[in-house]
Write a protein that binds this ligand. Sequence first.
Ligand code: HEC
Length: 281
Amino acid sequence: MHKTILAVSAALTVSLLAPLTAIASSPEEDLKAFRDYYHAKFPDTPEADFINGVYSIDEDSRVQWENMEEFPVYEEDIAAGEELFNTPFANGKTYADCLKGGGVGTRQMYPYFDSDTGNIVTLEEAINTCRVDNGEKPLKYKKGPIAQISAYIAYTSRGNKINIEIPNDERALAQYERGKKHYYMKRGQLNLACADCHYYNSGMKGRSEIWSPSLGHPTGMPVFRWGKWGELGTLHRRFGGCNKNIRAKPFKAQSDEYKALEYYLTYLSNGLEINGPSSRK
Ligand code: HEC
């Protein structure tokens, strides 16, 4: 009896320690290990195709999705986003005047580390900063106009490759580590980590859905979920949904915690092409 308990706890210690040891590795090492793992697991999926989420590994649902993409459900949102993007603020300025690089075609630059503040800046946050700096009210973060503007910027960036830098600054590395910790930490009543579903068990089926690899997750955002939401939503709305699924309290969209998580995950997708907005079940 006693021996069994010891054996079980020894096994558990190993699985608990594994992510902790991983934390000591550099971002470059993480990126390589992350990719090698998925390539070994899904040898038939070319690297560039991981941008298609679960459809990159599941042929059956891919066919249905490709048919849907012929008349994309998010088309009106892109048009609405373009109009919002080009409508001047009350002071006559526009988003193009205040977003980095004029906004259009810039999705791949986000999120980035701001060395003045030590914070991570996401695209949605930059959109609101732009508004507030020009005397406008900030928009709500999870859906609606902010998701549409984000969709327009993503659309104009399609084909551009994600390029996230982790500068040689301990504050940037701390943000990265924070995101990484979130990814591997078990939470909620179900006691699961992001990594449990999207890394260790990616490709397996939970309830009715196949768990997609995390590689490429950020490229298609924002996402129109035709089944669950019936509308467009941002990456942080999606994070919140996954936290809720395991009965963990979600963090706020654009909280420091989710920004760090986005920084970590997007870095690991460096070099993959932006293909947002996208559609999913
Ligand atoms: C219980 C398993 C489970 C856990 C834990 C979980 N997810 Fe998910 N997640 C899903 C399922 C199911 C889907 C929808 C199918 C898919 O794309 O994997 C999904 C979808 C996503 C998507 C959208 C992917 C796309 O292609 O649009 C993102 C991003 C995501 N999860 C991130 C996370 C993050 C970050 C965490 C940790 C905070 C997390 N998930 C935790 C099950 C999980």
